[in-house]
Design a protein around this ligand. Structure first.
Ligand SMILES: O=C(CO)[C@H](O)[C@H](O)COP(=O)(O)O
Length: 223
């Protein structure tokens, strides 16, 4: 059921893709459905190329027959489709449970339009219950941990390394602080390379609940 909703949200977003576009591919189990849908459209003749936010998504896109460009060679993306861990009515999102939020934020910032796809379990009244992932230079591990603790977080180091060779610290807050203030405060910590708070990047969201897809736009429109 949840997978059906992920697929429906993904297919609704992929319907936005037009011939000639450079498409940004996020990361995660919902994006996997978007990659499959995009692969089907490419096989039917849609002329697109993609950039991927993770090694995993690049491999899945190539396997689906989508031409993948190296993002390092790219300054501008037409449309990016990505998942989220939480998203609210303002289209504020927490991302990064899959650990790709640093590349995801760069690609989102390069995109003319960025849409989130999600099943209804991701829709929240206010973001902040999910862990907030922070990608950290390994050299700065304890320093950044201390700074995040000072901001009120309980901090846990995630196992493994990101695609960029860095570590992830998951920050949990008993009471989530003002998101704008928190984003600025984390941005100012040297060694903290990126975090999962997406407050300005998301232009629209396709959210599926029991087979019905709702589109939310940043300007408040729904469909
Ligand atoms: O931000 C992400 C990866 O960094 C994912 O988009 C997010 O975690 C949602 O993943 P899923 O669709 O598997 O629930």
């Amino acid at each position: 059921m949840q997978d059906d909703d992920k697929r429906l949200a993904a297919e609704a977003a992929v319907a936005e893709v037009q011939d000639g576009m450079l498409v940004g591919l996020g990361t995660g189990s919902t994006v996997r459905f978007a990659i499959e849908a995009l692969g089907r459209r490419a096989a039917e003749g849609l002329g697109i190329m993609a950039v991927a936010t993770s090694i995993d998504s690049a491999a899945k896109a190539a396997a689906a027959g989508i031409a993948v460009r190296n993002f390092a060679d790219v300054a501008q993306v037409d449309l990016t489709i990505d998942g989220a861990d939480e998203i609210d009515a303002r289209l504020w999102a927490i991302k990064g449970a899959g650990g790709a939020m640093l590349r995801e934020k760069v690609v989102a910032a390069a995109s003319t339009r960025m849409v989130v796809i999600a099943d209804a379990t991701k829709r929240v009244d206010a973001i902040g219950a999910a862990a907030l992932p922070v990608e950290v230079l390994p050299f700065a591990r304890e320093f950044v941990t201390a700074r995040l603790s000072r901001l009120g977080a309980r901090v846990a180091r995630r196992a493994g390394l990101t695609d960029n060779g860095n570590i992830i610290l998951d920050a949990r807050f008993a009471v989530f602080p003002d998101a704008d203030t928190l984003a600025v405060a984390i941005d100012e910590i040297p060694g903290a390379l990126g975090h999962g708070l997406f407050l300005t990047e998301v232009d629209a969201a396709y959210i599926a609940h029991d087979g019905i897809v709702t589109r939310l736009e940043r300007d408040g429109a729904t469909g």
